[in-house]
Design a protein around this ligand. Sequence first.
Ligand code: C5P
Ligand code: C5P
Ligand code: ZN
Length: 459
Amino acid sequence: MTLQSRAKECASYIKKHSSALVVSHIDADGLTSAAIMGKALERAGIEYEIRFVKQLEQKVLTEVADRNPELVIFTDLGSGMLDSISSLKLNAVISDHHQPQGAYGYEYHLNPHLFAINGATEISGSGTTYFMASEMGDNVDLACLAIVGAVGDLQHVKHGQLIGANRSILDEGVKSGVLHYENDLMLFGKQTRPVFKLLQYSSDPYLPGITGSEDASIEFLKRVGIRQHGEKWRRWIDLEPGEKQQIVSALIQFCLTCGVPGYRAQRLVGEVYTLLCEREGTETRDASEYSTLLNATARYDHADIGLAVCMGDRAGYFEEACALLNEHRRNLVEGLNLVKEQGLTQMEHLQYFDAGDKIRETIVGIVAGMCTSFVNNRDLPIIAFADSDGGVKVSSRGNYDLTRKGLNLGEAISQAARAVGGTGGGHDIAAGAFIPSGSKDEFIRVLDHIVGSQIKTGI
Ligand code: C5P
Ligand code: C5P
Ligand code: ZN
């Protein structure tokens, strides 16, 4: 059995039904997964409804079952709740890439971990869903959304490019003329922002003295010889190839002189993915900007707006999404500043910060991921807490040096959450949980112990 043949089985099972309820996750990968499935169902003549959830908890599952749907399709979630899903006796299909927990033998469960494929780097929820969609009909145009989802989950970061199953989706998209890839600067905003903003907001790598300062960013570009056009700074896509090359070389040189480690400086350049059907100079043209636009909707209770954008329904929704994007950017900058001011508390095997009610629980994980660029100790994973309705949201981020030594945050967080009466899971490199109020101290103590044992014994 391969991922592909399982996808085929799931697809033919789906096509036996006349209506479906799609339940998906509120991030870029979840949105694109739902949109891919929505389009595939529409084209197959199957009625559908989409619902987004922050986390697939028991309460949500009970609500879903109470509606007595003909078929439920879980996308970008579900693998962490296999026992609960099978006990509901629903007609269900799961298309997910999180580490499975529970009944492994579930029939219509498409997950890379079941086929020895890495779910953090080789395929995302939108990728598994694309595999299903491909078996449901001619849906090759949806490869674009699959790549946006993978990039939204940072699956291209480890190798500086998409690999494995993601790569085959990319190749299909390129062959059919909807996608293009090339090596370019990895800083955010190449399609839409004046070029100095790319430096000013650079967080990976952090550019000492430049990140955070508009003046220093402009000064740097002037020194490199990049000119403004009249009053206006051009966008990255407006620069000549020679100018781009000059900036990249100067940035790498700058990083190395400042003592930024070589491997981080190298992350300035990597593969970038362009959606050829989208208009140049818009957020949706670049996979990374597109995924951020989607996060800016779904993580702020506006998944409907992000979904409409993905489904190609742009009138009005696109502007609304862009307004949310501005708010999202402001929140990320504020969140990062908060962590910088407040600092992190170090334990033996991890470091953590508690954002309380200052950072929204739905973006605290993104902040935890971004702050790896300025924390002093890269040898410890970062754990973040944020207040949540009736409990505490936990987010965690590691790095690939640590996973190589045995760190598996998905396992560790899930075990520690269970020990204090919560639930959690995710990937080796990034995981999250929801735990009861008042259990933070106990949770972090247990987690510190588990992480310590993983890294020592290399489990
Ligand atoms: O829920 P889901 O699987 O879609 O999210 C994956 C998470 O893992 C994303 O929030 C992404 O930012 C994080 N990640 C990371 N570093 C990586 C790979 C993934 O922080 N190198
Ligand atoms: O919420 P955050 O971005 O920190 O999530 C990191 C990873 O952990 C994501 O892949 C998310 O889907 C997963 N997660 C989970 N169970 C939770 C919370 C997060 O599997 N309760
Ligand atoms: Zn995902």
